[in-house]
Design a protein around this ligand. Structure first.
Ligand SMILES: [Zn+2]
Length: 167
């Protein structure tokens, strides 16, 4: 196992779509071992292959007692909403922002041996899963920053009546 370099948003690898994994070999197993170790060392809850410079559909999440290795993952069910702050090991913490995510998801993926599985995830684990799947599409979380809905305007805005009439 080895700690891998975590690429930052200065690198274009983070903005590219990844390719499906077709070979479930020792190299893939090694990648997962390294990604888990790298994520733990960096105190993260998830890591996707582009963050270690590889354009492959592979990602890990580790939230509390849930640890998942996901190959070619897709979300097959999503329910509810949660709005909370998000950050990323590849992005400066000053860019942390709120992101709207589903409260619950079911992810379908393959494990490192090519066995297909489904897993239901909630709360933080659902958030981490969505965040990592976005990485596999070349999307960073802040591109999805949640904007608070504007409060209804109650004040009467003084306008030039002539201008208004012409609209
Ligand atoms: Zn990230």
């Amino acid at each position: 196992m080895a700690i891998r370099l975590i690429f930052t948003e200065d690198d274009e690898v983070l903005f590219k779509r990844t390719r499906e994994v077709v070979k479930f070999d020792d190299k893939l197993g090694e990648l997962f071992d390294d990604m888990r170790e790298t994520m733990k060392k960096a105190d993260g809850v998830g890591l996707a292959a582009p963050q270690v410079g590889l354009l492959k559909k592979a990602a890990v999440i580790e939230v509390d007692d849930i640890y998942l290795e996901m190959v070619n993952p897709r979300i097959i069910f999503a329910e509810g909403e949660q709005i909370d702050f998000e950050g990323c090991l590849s992005v400066d913490p000053s860019k942390n922002c709120k992101v709207l995510r589903p409260q619950k998801v079911t992810v379908e993926a393959f494990d490192r041996h090519g066995k297909k599985y489904q897993k239901e995830l909630e709360d933080m684990a659902a958030r981490a899963c969505c965040h990592e799947l976005d990485h596999l599409e070349g999307i960073l979380f802040y591109e999805k920053a949640y904007k608070e809905p504007k409060k209804p305007q109650t004040e009467i805005i003084a306008t030039d009546k002539e201008d208004t009439a012409q609209q």
